[in-house]
Write a protein that binds this ligand. Structure first.
Ligand SMILES: [Cu+2]
Length: 119
């Protein structure tokens, strides 16, 4: 069996760090059909949110959200200082913007591109 993080049909882990006031990285590119294991870390001193309404829907099969995870309106995941949040998505092709929607946190934004699988 091949083990390749960038191949289609494989699990892939994406780590995103939130801090004052940016996401690192702010640009992500994956391929449709991959199961993406998101690891969101808040290394800042304030709470941050991962607000991605087009991404955090059942259409993309969100899995693995722990029970103590707070999701606001099904669109944003709240990450408290020092916290790490993990979840799994299998996103469809598209362009998905994400940002922190806390007032005053302008600039905390990014984009995830999910490329269509070549057949
Ligand atoms: Cu923030």
């Amino acid at each position: 069996m091949l083990v390749c993080g960038s191949c289609t049909g494989q699990d892939r882990t994406l780590e995103i760090t939130a801090q004052e006031f940016r996401f690192i990285p702010s640009f992500l590119e994956v391929t449709e059909g991959q199961r993406i294991r998101f690891v969101l870390r808040n290394q800042g001193h304030e709470p941050h949110t991962f607000h991605a309404p087009l991404l955090l829907t059942s259409a993309h099969r969100v899995q693995g959200l722990s029970e103590d995870l707070s999701v606001q309106d099904g669109e944003a995941i709240v990450i408290h200082p020092g916290e790490t949040v993990r979840f799994i998505l299998e996103p469809r092709a598209g362009v998905y913007a994400f940002r922190c929607w806390i007032k005053g946190h302008a600039g905390m934004e990014g984009v995830m591109i999910v490329k269509a699988r070549e057949s």
